[in-house]
Design a protein around this ligand. Structure first.
Ligand code: ATP
Ligand code: MG
Length: 239
């Protein structure tokens, strides 16, 4: 199958210092792909570089067969890419409804009400909270607002940076179930996760990033069963 997203030899960093170096990865349409790796490995930097939020110094990004290298973030959203950042991913003083609306600015959908209705069927908890300030919500609910905002642009590819960070195990399961729902609606997902074992269980493919380089890629199952990956990145225990 041809890749929806193809990252080739991507190198990027801050102030001229490379953080990710010559990273290669492909994400096929309709799959869930997970990036795992230690703190500081460059996982967020990789996602941000794909979404043109970090300066790329070398390499190429292709989306739907088109070279999107060098395009600005505002140009990527109308093509069908959206991102949920790792932290500070809602506008706390805006209402939930206003937060969702922000997701339509870069690529206004023809029927905003219908798109919002679709998003609210995924996140019914938000329906009664549309007029509440997002900053007043629980961590899990805020994560749903952030995901909902990204989905308001009806993306083909959703980039998620640690969607379950700081959430209880119960909420983690809720978010992972939602990700499966979102994928089943036809959205391709590339996410970074610290809850590596659980994430690889729902993932089609995984990539282990170490010191800015792609250490190994494989199916979720292959990585869960890989001795070196288990020992170094999954706490050692059997999958
Ligand atoms: N805006 C920035 N300016 C300068 N250096 C940065 C910036 N953001 C990140 N870095 C550096 O880049 C390196 C990789 O950071 P990054 O956030 O990509 O790692 P990560 O794998 O997402 O880590 P974590 O698991 O903790 O989220 C770190 O050494 C970090 O200090
Ligand atoms: Mg990070």
């Amino acid at each position: 199958m041809s890749a929806l997203l193809s990252v080739k030899e991507l190198t990027a960093g801050y102030g001229g210092v490379p953080i990710i170096e010559a990273v290669n990865l492909d994400v096929a349409e309709h799959e869930i792909s997970v990036i795992i790796g230690p703190n500081g490995a460059g996982k967020s930097t990789l996602l941000k570089t794909i979404f043109a939020l970090t300066a790329r110094s070398d390499g190429e990004v292709r989306f739907s067969g088109k070279d999107i290298t060098g395009l600005r973030t505002a140009a990527l959203v109308p093509l069908g890419i959206a991102m949920v950042p790792q932290s500070r991913n809602v506008f706390p003083t805006l209402t939930v409804e206003e937060n969702l609306d922000v997701g339509t600015y870069a690529a206004p959908p023809p029927d905003k009400e219908a798109v919002r209705e679709n998003v609210l069927t995924l996140f019914p908890d938000l329906r009664g909270k549309l007029d509440q300030a997002a900053g007043e919500l629980s961590g899990g609910q805020r994560q749903m607002v952030a995901m909902g905002r990204a989905l308001m642009s009806e993306p083909k590819l959703l980039l998620l940076d640690e969607p379950t960070a700081g959430l209880s195990p119960a909420y983690l399961e809720i978010i992972f179930d939602l990700l499966l729902d979102i994928r089943n609606r036809g959205v391709t997902i590339l996410m970074v996760e610290q809850n590596a074992k659980q994430a690889l269980r729902i993932a089609d493919n995984g990539h282990v990033l170490v010191s800015g380089k792609n250490f190994i890629s494989g199916t979720g199952e292959a990585l869960l069963n890989d001795e070196a990956v288990r020992r170094s990145f999954l706490g050692g225990a059997a999958a």
